[in-house]
Design a binder for this molecule. Structure first.
Ligand SMILES: *[C@@H]1O[C@H](CO)[C@@H](O)[C@H](O)[C@H]1NC(C)=O
Ligand SMILES: *[C@@H]1O[C@H](CO)[C@@H](O)[C@H](O)[C@H]1NC(C)=O
Ligand SMILES: *[C@@H]1O[C@H](CO)[C@@H](O)[C@H](O)[C@H]1NC(C)=O
Length: 721
């Protein structure tokens, strides 16, 4: 028994060395680490037409052109692919024209070192392609082409086999790599009681204690629930990739360095597609680009009369919006009177939203007067933007849309794009209110950034004769290095034209909806500052620390009568160390505490037992674990409890975890509280109901639907972490 354990999960000094390797190889700053699929060949034509760039097979349906340039000197040129080994590619009847990066059959314009995805028409599969050409219909000839002489294996989903060296009640029938950031576990069975077990990935020959925990199928890091032969999909966050930097995937217990089953990832035979969501972060659709808010927002565009195509790319947290638009003045950047495009990620519908707004005041929209930051549709205008593509991944939003350059007469709220003159613009990033309306901006276009060497832009030359991509920073790399939820670059900004109205917005209180046998894991953590944390949620004073349950600050627990609940408690067990002794119990007292004197009104439901009238908190007592705040993070720039949690680190003392089970019944009131036995105001509400709700699981059909969606490249939204 002992021997087998050592065999499957050895922990030796060697891995410290491997870890160092892993650390250095996991950075995306190094361009060699980007995985775009199978390299096919390069255009390298520098004669009368300049055509350069590398072509990759992403998957059966998709080609990726990396660093693609075409000077656009020849008219009537299209992308064309063919299935015959004809070396001359002369015949007009051979091959087929394929749509451009926006699905159009327009003749190609100019491209400047751009990255684009091309989707093959239905019925054409990448493995059948023998040449890829820039074809001139006018000249009836190929201007430049890549010929595929040897067969290139197209990346596809790959089985990695079942979990091996499994222990106890952990099993999985098969594990698939859907792409380099997505793992599908078929028939996953997990039924053990393990506090810190999770899905781990890492570097080295076999699972070891230097692995990295990845979130579960609901993007959560909480204690694993039980699984009964379920199909689940896990996504590797940020720069983790099966191809680039992972050797194993395991169900692992970091506390006891115990492995409950793993698979090795054999990179040599891993011809899987790159993650389409990740590819989208690399797409640079248009031949013009400007860093409007350096490090935060880029705009790229292309004019195709009578329309302008725009892509807005911005780093925003999940409760923020990005806005870009035409200034209210033809001379300078002015918010009042501007026509702006507002975009944000709506977690409820899992969609990126794009809306046309008119700004007539620095307040929220007043529907009666039409003054404020008003959506055009509410003040008699039209939402005449056509959304073409969108994604939101790890705090990077990308939307691509089309609008007409000029303004139709009945569209009174829209401004025209000036394409013969420099056009003053406005841009902002700000917070959404609880109704998802933009509040006045947090960062304006005139904001100066103390850290960026680039200056924000206030005037854009949309119609410039020579298109140019002036976007030097890759926003995705910035997302990996400084996640969007810590906007430290904004902190010392100055404003000239518009003032920054910066308010601390209360964090949205957390709620845990439960199922029968739900497990609550309680530790101590900071209460957050008064405007956002404990006090803003409860309206009560706070001692500065509070209970965190399942990684959430004082969540409201929604429980059901007749269901069983388990509480695992790590809130201190050393009676003499008053500061670190907070037995956990359930009561009808709004404040709790007061250990020596339970009045009649202070009813106890669980966590405390009585011996001869003396309260004994032993059931709700366990070793001490505390989430510690990092001094480098300013909570004012954190927008949610989940984001705040990511800045905290958990430290635990020695001892045993306490636990008790509890079943609310018909005598349990609708609202009760969980509290500390020794200190007032550390816990919060429990809502008790009599009906139960069902839980969602991912079915295989949903997975197939997801794959379908990825393949046809429509809007792809990946739930953020
Ligand atoms: C892109 O291509 C140009 C030539 O058109 C080359 O100078 C440049 O180094 C390439 N950039 C990358 C990142 O490969
Ligand atoms: C309990 O706390 C006291 C006071 O801080 C300390 O002296 C003692 O060593 C602690 N006991 C244990 C078992 O950690
Ligand atoms: C307990 O509460 C009662 C009434 O509120 C008070 O008279 C008594 O002194 C308290 N005892 C202790 C030990 O605090």
């Amino acid at each position: 028994m002992k021997y087998r354990f050592i065999h499957s999960c050895i922990l030796i000094i060697f891995f410290i060395f491997s870890w160092l390797l892993f650390e250095t190889s996991s950075s995306l700053d190094n361009g060699n680490n980007r995985y775009f699929g199978q390299y096919v060949g390069s255009f390298n034509h520098n004669w009368n037409n300049i055509i350069t760039g590398d072509v990759y097979f992403v998957n059966k349906h998709t080609l990726f052109l990396y660093n693609f340039s075409f000077n656009g000197q020849e008219s009537d040129v299209y992308f064309k692919v063919g299935g015959h080994n004809d070396p001359n590619i002369r015949s007009n009847t051979d091959g087929i024209i394929i749509p451009d990066e926006l699905g159009r059959f327009h003749q190609l314009g100019r491209y400047r070192n751009q990255n684009i995805l091309l989707t093959l028409p239905k019925g054409i599969s990448a493995d059948k392609i023998r040449w890829i050409s820039l074809w001139s219909k006018r000249l009836l000839k190929s201007l430049a082409e890549i010929r595929i002489v040897k067969t290139i294996a197209v990346p596809e989903l790959k089985s990695l086999g079942p979990l091996i060296n499994t222990k106890d009640s952990v099993k999985a029938k098969n594990i698939f790599a859907i792409d380099d950031k997505t793992i599908l576990i078929r028939k996953f069975h997990y039924n053990i009681n393990c506090l810190r077990c999770g899905f781990f990935v890492g570097y080295g020959a076999i699972p070891n204690s230097f692995g990295i925990k990845i979130p579960d199928e609901h993007a959560s890091f909480s204690k694993l629930r039980n699984y009964y032969n379920e199909d689940i999909i896990l996504r590797l966050p940020r720069d983790l990739s099966l191809i680039n930097n992972i050797d194993w995937f395991a169900i692992y217990d970091p506390e006891h360095n115990k492995c409950y089953g793993y698979i090795r990832i054999d990179k040599k035979n891993l011809n899987i597609p790159p993650s389409m969501a990740f590819m989208l972060t690399y797409v640079t659709l248009f031949s013009n680009c400007e860093q409007i808010l350096p490090g935060l927002m880029h705009i790229s565009w292309e004019i195709r009369h009578p329309d302008i195509y725009i892509q807005l790319e911005a780093r925003i947290a999940s409760n923020q919006y990005a806005a870009f638009g035409l200034s209210g003045s033809f001379k300078q950047s002015k918010m009042i009177g501007s026509d702006v495009f507002v975009t944000y990620y709506d977690a409820d519908s899992n969609k990126v939203v794009l809306e046309d707004f008119t700004v007539t005041g620095k307040t929220q929209c007043n529907l009666q007067t039409g003054i404020g930051v008003c959506p055009d549709t509410l003040v008699g205008g039209n939402n005449d933007l056509e959304l073409l593509m969108s994604s939101y991944i790890d705090g990077l939003i990308k939307v691509t849309f089309r609008r007409s350059i000029s303004v139709m007469r009945d569209h009174q709220n829209d401004l025209p794009f000036l394409i013969h003159d420099p056009n003053p613009i406005v841009a902002a990033i700000g917070t959404l209110d609880t109704h998802k309306n933009p509040s006045y901006h947090t960062v304006a276009v005139n904001t100066k950034y103390h850290q960026s060497k680039y200056r924000p832009m206030t005037i854009v030359n949309f119609g410039r004769k020579n298109p140019k991509r002036n976007c030097y920073e890759n926003l995705w790399d910035k997302v990996i290095n400084e996640p969007a939820n810590i906007f430290n670059t904004i902190a010392n900004s100055q404003v000239s034209e518009t003032e920054i109205i910066y308010e601390l917005r209360p964090w949205k209180p957390a709620i845990i909806k439960t199922t029968n046998n739900h497990v609550f894991h309680v530790v101590i953590g900071p209460a957050g500052n008064a405007q956002q944390g404990y006090t803003s949620i409860t309206g009560q004073e706070s001692p500065g620390i509070a209970f965190w349950i399942n990684d959430l600050l004082i969540p409201e627990l929604h429980v059901v009568r007749g269901h069983d609940y388990t509480f695992l408690i790590e809130t201190g067990d050393n009676r003499t160390d008053k500061k670190h002794y907070h037995p956990f119990y359930i009561t009808d007292s709004r404040e709790g505490g007061n250990p020596n004197n339970f009045s009649i009104n202070h009813h106890i439901y669980a966590g405390i037992r009585f011996h001869d009238g003396i309260a004994d908190p032993q059931p709700g007592t366990g070793r001490y674990c505390e989430l510690i705040e990092s001094s480098r993070v300013d909570p004012a720039f954190i927008y949610s409890i989940e984001d705040y949690r990511k800045t905290l680190r958990l430290y635990c003392g020695k001892g045993n975890v306490g636990s008790f089970r509890w079943r609310p019944d018909n005598n349990t009131p609708d609202t009760i509280f969980y509290q500390s036995f020794t200190e007032k105001n550390m816990g919060w509400k429990i809502k008790v109901t009599s009906s139960s709700s069902t839980m969602m699981t991912t079915t295989l059909s949903q997975i197939l639907l997801l794959l379908e969606t990825l393949a046809i490249l429509t809007s792809i939204i990946i739930v953020l972490l």
